[in-house]
Ligand binder design. Structure first.
Ligand code: SF4
Ligand code: SF4
Length: 622
């Protein structure tokens, strides 16, 4: 991967370390003198905050790290740190920026004091997201400058550049890595953390920090002026990385990881120098002189960028080969396999035969063996075969395989949708089917609480199952407020889900372990009856069982040796309706077997087999 193409204040490097892109950015934040970093976990950005905490410990830097309850809160906490003149960072995945959009847009107008870096990690593809949105586009919408790294090394170097720009222009600056940068590994140079020793001093200025509409026109003018000045910074202009202007009629322009792929391809194809090749490190605001140069000197221009035509739009010419013209696909990740034919067509080369990529065996994603969410979903679907099941974002979205997740929209939506389903049936004077919403513990803190307050207030009636596995499992086991552990591993003040539910006005609240399928089905029935009773409303069940990827939790629960008896008829109920990945069909015997490597010995499947063919004996945990 081509990197080291950005000219940045790079200190003489003495030590190199192999780091993941997210770790490199975390290290960059420590070295740049950040004193507060906040985040909400989300792939591909999750490891950034953990790296900040780890490097703070390693270097002795004094940094407050926090997993906030959501991205909006994280942004606002970091913003206040900046108002006090100290450097701050907030990191999130791209859809997290939607949640933080209110403070993000306003912070561009009001500006900052200490440097404020917003890391919004995009997921072209998408690999693990609801959308393919381009945070660079969001930055352009908000009038916030954005840097687009092509490698982990560049991402780390851009952290410091972004914070310097943020302080110079008193504006938040965005860094937009994509999944391939976040998760790639590269040797990066380490420097000593910057010791800024700034006091926390908030200078009151109501006309700015409380800006009412009378001030906003002037603040908007100042913002426009900042963006115009940034677009004239020669240091931030795109760089000619290959070609020497001897073929000035043809230009290829790329940014982010698409630049790295394009460089590699041009190199492999022996085409470096065939066209002038520019790297855009700051896609917005695009350098004014560069725009004029491209439009006056180049007849043919190809733009390779993920995922929206941010550079293309700013070039403002009609004949760009890119996303807008259809030469670059309008969706999906720009992998080398996608970029190669684009280059061949643009440069009028014969298309090289493409070897088909080896296809791995397709396996459907599924909840882990022993996961208590599976037990909860199985119980919900068996209890309410004709129910409506709105759900949410998390590993529990996989409950759709079990027929217990009908909708999945965005954080907190399942709960609001449950209220919406109830109100739709009520307004139509139709019989209300059982409605069971599911939401994870971390997601409940993130966006479930306001939705629950609203549902109670609007007199909606449905069952809410909060799947409490005591962690944010899907993104790497970050603590929730209930665990009482901070991002730095220190004690915090626990906030209990049950206290929140009660405070929201819920009158039916039970805590149950879904491993007890019979008991869980009974409480589901009780909850549905409460919903339909004269005094009914929202009924909440906290399905509490720790995540089975937590070694300590696994060690703390009984382990069983599992057996399949001759009574197995091969009916497939346990395979298709319960779907534990440790259960397999022996095709020759037409019977189920248990994969002893994957099975965690939870014993729940004993309760699932209608023939009683699965048995358990007390065992020992390896
Ligand atoms: S173990 Fe039970 S549920 Fe599974 S296939 Fe055999 S009889 Fe059916
Ligand atoms: S005991 Fe049954 S449900 Fe639990 S992990 Fe093993 S096969 Fe899966």
């Amino acid at each position: 991967m081509k990197s080291e193409t950005v000219k940045i204040n790079n200190e003489s490097a003495k030590i190199q370390r192999l780091l993941m892109g997210n770790e490199a950015m975390g290290r960059g934040l420590i070295e740049a003198g950040v004193t507060l970093a906040a985040s909400y976990p989300g792939t591909p950005a999750s490891e950034i905050l953990a790296a900040v905490a780890a490097f703070a410990r390693e270097t002795g830097a004094s940094v407050h790290t926090e997993w906030s309850v959501n991205e909006k809160v994280a942004f606002e906490v970091a913003l206040a740190n900046s108002y006090c003149g100290r450097r701050a960072a907030v990191s999130m995945k791209q859809v997290g920026l939607n949640v933080a959009s209110d403070p993000f847009l306003r912070s561009a107008y009001l500006g900052v004091k200490g440097g404020l870096l917003v890391i919004a990690a995009d997921d072209p593809g998408p690999h693990s997201s609801q959308t393919e949105q381009d945070s660079r586009f969001f930055a352009m919408f908000a009038k916030v400058p954005v840097l687009d790294p092509s490698s982990p090394r560049e991402a780390k170097e851009m952290v410091r550049l972004a914070l310097e720009l943020s302080e110079k222009y008193e504006i938040p600056v965005m860094l937009r890595p994509t999944t391939r940068v976040c998760h790639a590994r590269q040797n990066v140079s380490l420097s000593e953390p910057l010791k800024l020793d700034r006091p926390a001093r908030f200078e009151k200025n109501p006309g700015r920090w409380c800006a009412t509409p009378q001030y906003l026109k002037e603040l908007h003018r100042q913002l426009n002026e900042k963006i115009a000045r940034l677009s004239r910074e020669p240091e931030l202009a795109p760089r000619l990385t290959a070609g020497d202007g001897s073929q000035p009629g043809t230009a290829v322009i790329a940014s982010g990881v698409a630049f790295a792929h394009t460089w590699d391809l041009l190199y492999e194809m022996g085409l470096l120098g065939r066209a002038d090749f520019f790297q855009v490190t700051m896609p917005y605001p695009l350098n004014r002189a560069f725009i004029q140069q491209i439009n006056s000197q180049y007849r043919k221009v190809l733009v390779v960028e993920e995922t929206s035509p941010v550079i293309e739009i700013q070039l403002g010419r009609g004949n760009v080969h890119g996303r807008g013209s259809g030469d670059v696909p309008g969706q999906g990740e720009l992998t080398p396999e996608v970029i190669r034919p684009i280059l061949e067509k643009f440069l009028h080369l014969p298309a090289a035969p493409v070897a088909a990529a080896p296809q791995g065996e397709a396996t459907r994603p599924t909840l882990c063996a022993g996961c208590a969410h599976r037990a909860a979903f199985y119980a919900i679907r068996e209890t309410f075969p004709r129910g409506i099941f709105p759900s949410d974002i998390g590993c529990y979205t996989l409950g759709m395989n079990l027929g217990a997740v009908d909708t999945c929209h965005c954080m907190g939506a399942g709960l609001s949708q449950a209220a919406g389903f109830y109100l739709a049936h009520k307004a139509a004077a139709a019989a209300v089917p059982p409605i069971v919403a599911t939401i994870g513990d971390s997601t409940f803190f993130h966006a479930g609480v306001p939705a629950l307050i609203n549902a109670v207030f609007q007199q909606a009636r449905f069952v809410l199952v909060i799947l409490d596995n005591a962690t944010t499992a899907m993104t790497g086991h970050q603590p929730t407020p209930e665990t009482g552990r901070t991002a730095a591993g220190e004690p915090g003040t626990p906030v209990k889900i049950t206290d929140l539910v009660t405070a929201c006005g819920v009158k039916f609240l039970k805590v149950r372990d879904p491993y007890d399928l019979k008991g869980f089905r009974e409480v589901l029935g009780d909850a549905d009856r409460f919903c339909r009773s004269p005094e009914g409303g929202v009924a909440v069940i906290v399905a509490r069982h720790p995540c089975m990827l937590d070694r300590e939790a696994r060690a703390a629960q009984p382990a069983y040796d599992m057996f399949i008896t001759e009574d197995c008829t091969g009916c497939r109920h346990c395979l298709e309706d319960f779907e534990c990945p440790a259960l397999k069909l022996d095709e020759t015997e037409e019977r189920v077997t248990i994969d002893g490597v994957r099975c965690v010995g939870c014993g729940v499947c004993v309760q699932v087999c209608p023939e009683g063919a699965i048995t358990a004996a007390p065992g020992e945990r390896p």
